[in-house]
Design a protein around this ligand. Sequence first.
Ligand SMILES: [Zn+2]
Length: 129
Amino acid sequence: MDFFTKVGESLTNLGQGVNAKAKNMMDQSAMNSQLRQHETALKGLYESIGRQYYAEKQGKGEGAYADLFTQIATTEAAADEVRKKLEAAKSMVTCPKCGGLTEAGGRFCKNCGNAMPENNPGTNSTPQS
Ligand SMILES: [Zn+2]
């Protein structure tokens, strides 16, 4: 076997090594993806059990579940509060005079007392002085 054949062969082996490595990487990536799918499905199933049990017990957890049930109730209440605040924030308009946020539909700006334009066009109206 001459030198060039040897070099050519070792390059081919090197190439196969790279291909095998790349294939291994792709296999791992596919398996990771499958694993994530299974884990997501499991999470959903466990969640379903929890939701069904919570509904069955009508929020009254016993024994080891009591603390978790309390945490759910507390968190639901906190989420509800944020939901309401978010709704309120969405219904705010900008005062044309001071640029502050005030409740939509209000006749006067809560920050500066400026008479708000009808229908609260907010930023679209010309500032009054
Ligand atoms: Zn204002």
